[in-house]
Design a binder for this molecule. Structure first.
Ligand code: FNR
Length: 391
């Protein structure tokens, strides 16, 4: 709307409006190893490629002469109303991409009324991000420590609840980091760079601090390299949990719990049986397991199996408004934006994340409007607006 109101000649883009450019602009700005960390995917990037290819298998079929204003993007989820059907995906160690890191993206999210999902691999503390997020909606993503470290898990969950995070997102696909050739070539493990990212990771957690002191006889600040390594091992403990362990999280969290990383109908059904409130159909942007299916390819069957019992959210490969429209039409309730905002952050801090969110929302709004779709509610945006055009 602003573009039309002001005239195109007055739109002097500080940052390109083309999503493909965000990646290349970030590449120009960042050191090669940090850029490689955002861009990188597992193995031969086949899962990542399949994520994008999955969107091209569907086309939006527009309806003409539908009298309508700009569509409403309002969405209800877990008993709350959200202005838009998108959220900021959890992305760790953001101070590597820009000195303002998580504070910048949480501030941009608050101002654009988009929920912020805090990563437990963040380079800024739970409480500091909560302050930046202010009266904005925020969720907490857990990288789940092993059962031996349940005391740390309980501490993180309590801090998150106390700081106003309303939904717990438990990421199931990252108990160990994937085989990522770009990071291997660069000898890059961002979690071991406590010096570079302004020293947070889990360092403000009182239980982690106490355990470190008991083990080493010194404070974290006296040996940050060891602390960073121990934190990485704490949150990436290897495959140490089974479905039965979810009970511990349910006992220590009194809001909705969402399992992130579901890629099969069988697991979606297990999530329902386990009594959680939602799932994110996601393959972590292809960064974990290579040779996988495109995340959008599994969305319809998962929605068919469990969509009436549990909230189904979606991510992996979303780059523009039409991608979001397709995921919502296939039954997702909310779509997480990942790499695009990390590139925005690298390019221009808070202003960069703001730009990316505004572009994506404007693109979504116009795409729906031009398709004759009046709102994101399932009565308007559903499979009838899509045609399968490729296998
Ligand atoms: C991630 N992602 C992620 N997920 C998570 O649950 N906790 C985390 O700390 C991170 N960290 C992270 C860092 C970086 C640099 C990237 C790119 C991604 C995964 C993220 O939440 C989301 O699932 C993917 O980004 C979706 O894929 P696309 O759309 O970015 O390709």
């Amino acid at each position: 709307n602003e573009v039309f109101a002001n005239g195109l000649e007055n739109v002097k883009p500080a940052i390109s409006f083309n999503p493909h450019d965000w990646e290349s602009l970030a590449k120009d700005i960042l050191p090669a190893d940090s850029y490689g960390y955002i861009w990188g995917s597992a193995g031969l990037r086949e899962t990542d490629d399949n994520n994008r290819a999955a969107f091209r298998k569907w086309a939006l079929i527009p309806s003409r002469l539908v009298k309508s204003d700009f569509p409403s993007l309002k969405t209800a989820l877990f008993g709350q109303e959200y202005d838009y059907p998108i959220a900021i995906a959890p992305i760790g160690v953001q101070r590597i991409f820009h000195r303002d890191g998580e504070l910048a993206s949480a501030t941009a999210a608050r101002k654009q009324h988009v929920p912020y999902i805090f990563s437990s691999a963040a380079a800024t503390s739970i409480e500091d991000v909560a302050r930046a997020s202010g009266d904005g909606k925020r969720w907490y993503q857990l990288y789940w420590p092993s059962n031996e470290n349940n005391e740390i898990t309980a501490s993180l969950l309590k801090r998150a609840r106390d700081a106003g995070y309303s939904v717990l997102v438990v990421t199931l696909d990252t108990y160990i980091l994937g085989w990522r050739p770009s990071d291997l070539n660069n000898g890059y493990n961002p979690f071991l760079r406590a010096d570079k990212i302004g020293v947070e990771l889990g360092f403000s957690d009182p239980v982690f601090r106490r355990k470190f002191r008991e083990r080493h006889g010194v404070e974290i600040e006296e040996d940050m390299a060891t602390a960073a390594s121990e934190w990485a091992h704490t949150i990436f403990p290897g495959l140490s949990h089974g479905w039965e362990d979810l009970k511990f999280l349910q006992d220590h969290w009194d809001g909705p719990i969402v399992l992130k990383g579901i890629q099969s109908v069988a697991d979606a059904r297990r999530a329902v049986e386990a009594g959680v409130q939602g799932i994110v159909v996601s393959n972590h942007g292809g960064r974990q397991q290579d040779g996988g299916i495109g995340s959008l390819d599994v969305l319809p069957e998962i929605v068919d199996a469990v969509g009436d019992q549990i909230e189904v959210l979606f991510d992996s490969g979303v780059r523009g408004g039409a991608d979001i429209a397709k995921a919502l039409a296939l039954g997702a309730k909310m779509v997480l934006i990942g790499r695009p905002y990390a590139y925005g952050l690298a390019i221009a801090g808070e202003a960069g994340v703001t730009h990316v969110l505004r572009c994506i929302l404007a693109d979504l709004n116009l795409t729906l409007h031009l398709s004759g779709i009046q709102s994101v509610a399932p009565e308007h945006l559903n499979r009838k607006v899509l045609r399968r055009v490729r296998d």
